[in-house]
Design a binder for this molecule. Structure first.
Ligand code: NAD
Length: 480
């Protein structure tokens, strides 16, 4: 096994370890703050090269039969499975999540490639019955052109591959800027597609200053579509830039997922399941359960079990055995957690467990799994996306008022309901303002599922039969 992924940019089918501007960014291991590698960053020359390569490649790729695009995606899936161990190890090093989570992220992403390999063979048009029998009216769907994508550090592999397989499967070409802090997964993906036989220029990978790269690429007349996964404020900035240049866009942004637990469930079972789910990727998940509304009759028992599971979890370096939660991905997140806890405490909240950095580690971005109770509805923990391992637990007594509280924020990504009553499940799932509603379990990871949010949480879906929608334009053709 290699120590760490060799890093570079990938332009027009070539890997390069040096760029014109000579700037390199340090890649830090969040477990001990050591420098893992230096990441070469592009200058304008490389961005222009990538744009040109993607533009030229599009002319051929859009005419490449779906069967051939499909074969490359299927081969990519196979290579991902073969390389999953090495790739996962590198993700644990530069992102921090436990190896088992990193492995699951990589291995299950092979499904994305394989499912899109099937789905891209079924991009159909339609015939519209004419008003005149001699007229023919057809609708065809065509790839939009060169796409640009900006992907985040929390799931560096799975967030990037979703955009790659949708663009490539639709017949588009792509320039992707991944997360500079956790870059190994993206370079590994470029190698996968290169080795799967993807023609040069169809996929290009660049690194650098996010704002400079995104504004340059989005403004280019050669670019037709923008895809972004990340925070709401950055998403809004990129969406307004895309709007100015009339570019298509899909946005997968933040959330603040409500969890509503009714009093007719197995309390210990649900509390245990939710506490474990909360700690996944140290809570740095856009669909992480983050506001816990628990029926007042079961709140005490629920909170005790939940806090117990959090307290007894093993926090440490993700390559060590039995670690349940690794460090946070960067120092910014630890500071954000400290601020959220301080704000809650200043407003009268009580911390039941955690609430601070893990004392056992003098280095690394470790924050203890945290449970906070007795906090007012206006505290930041209940209004701003925490993106970390903190669970605020508050009581409710009435179904309509809890739905109102769940819908009160501008977010609308995921939501969760736990109840034994089918009528309650049906009613709450209808009333919740969210792109995804999970009842009595969690299920949003597979490629056949349309993943996406409403309100400030974004627009467009990744996966599902909707997956190619924002990568295709509709053309009407009529003849007589
Ligand atoms: P951030 O808003 O600075 O950056 C978020 C992501 O956007 C990063 O990958 C960053 O490189 C990229 N980015 C930032 N400015 C950009 C620009 N002008 N153009 C293109 N890309 C740009 O925040 P952060 O500290 O890195 O992450 C914290 C917040 O980001 C969290 O609170 C969470 O809301 C959000 N986030 C969401 C997701 C998600 O899956 N929806 C993933 C990661 C982060």
């Amino acid at each position: 096994m290699s120590q760490y992924q060799e890093l570079g940019v990938y332009i027009n089918g070539e890997f390069r370890t040096a760029c014109s501007n000579r700037v390199e960014k340090e890649v830090i291991n969040p477990a001990d703050e050591s420098v893992l590698a230096y990441l070469p960053c592009v200058g304008q020359a490389e961005l222009d090269e990538a744009l040109h390569a993607a533009h030229v490649a599009f002319k051929k790729w859009k005419k490449t039969p779906a069967l051939e695009r499909s074969a490359i995606l299927r081969k990519a899936g196979q290579l991902i499975r073969e390389r999953a161990e090495d790739i996962a190890r590198h993700i644990t090093l530069d992102q921090g999540k436990p190896y088992a989570e990193a492995y699951a992220e990589v291995f299950s992403s092979a499904d994305q490639a394989e499912w899109h390999a099937e789905e891209c063979r079924r991009i159909y048009g339609r015939i519209i019955p004419p008003r005149n029998i001699d007229v023919r009216q057809m609708v065809v769907r065509e790839p939009v052109g060169v796409c640009v994508a900006f992907t985040p550090w929390n799931f560096p592999f799975s967030q990037a591959i979703k955009k790659m397989v949708a663009a490539i499967g639709a017949g588009c070409t792509l320039i992707l800027k991944g997360p500079e802090e956790s870059p190994s997964a993206i370079v590994a993906l470029a190698k996968v597609f290169h080795d799967a036989g993807l023609p040069k220029g169809v996929l290009n990978i660049v690194w650098g200053e996010p704002a400079q790269i995104s504004s340059y690429l989005i403004s280019s007349p050669l670019v037709s579509k923008v895809a972004f996964t990340g925070s709401v404020p950055v998403g809004k900035q990129l969406a307004s830039l895309a709007g100015q240049h009339m570019k298509r866009m899909s946005m997968e942004l933040g959330g603040h997922s409500p969890v509503i637990v009714f009093d007719d469930v197995d309390v210990a079972e649900v509390a245990t399941m939710l506490a474990r789910f909360k700690m996944r990727n140290a809570g740095q998940v856009c669909v992480s359960p983050s506001r816990f509304y628990v029926h007042e009759r079961i709140q005490k028992q629920f909170t005790e079990v939940f806090a117990d599971v959090m307290k007894n979890s093993k926090i440490g370096f993700g390559l060590d055995k039995d670690v349940t939660m690794g460090p946070m991905a960067n120092a910014r997140r630890v500071m954000a957690m400290e601020e959220l806890v301080a704000d809650a405490c200043n407003n009268g909240a009580k911390v039941l467990t955690g609430g601070a950095r893990v004392e056992a580690y003098s280095k690394g971005y470790y924050f203890a799994p945290t449970v906070v109770v007795d906090l007012p509805e206006t505290s930041k923990l209940l209004t701003e996306e925490p993106f970390g391992p903190i669970a605020p637990i508050v009581p409710f007594s009435d179904v309509d008022s809890v739905i109102e509280r769940a819908n009160a924020l501008p977010f609308g990504l995921a939501s969760y309901v736990f109840t034994g009553a089918i009528k309650t499940a049906h009613y709450v799932s209808r009333e919740l303002e969210a792109g995804m509603v999970n009842i009595n379990h969690f299920n949003m990871g597979s490629p056949e599922i349309p993943f996406g949010g409403i309100k400030d949480s974004g627009m467009g879906s990744e996966g599902g039969t909707e997956t190619f929608d924002s990568y295709l334009s509709t053309k009407y053709i009529t003849e007589i």
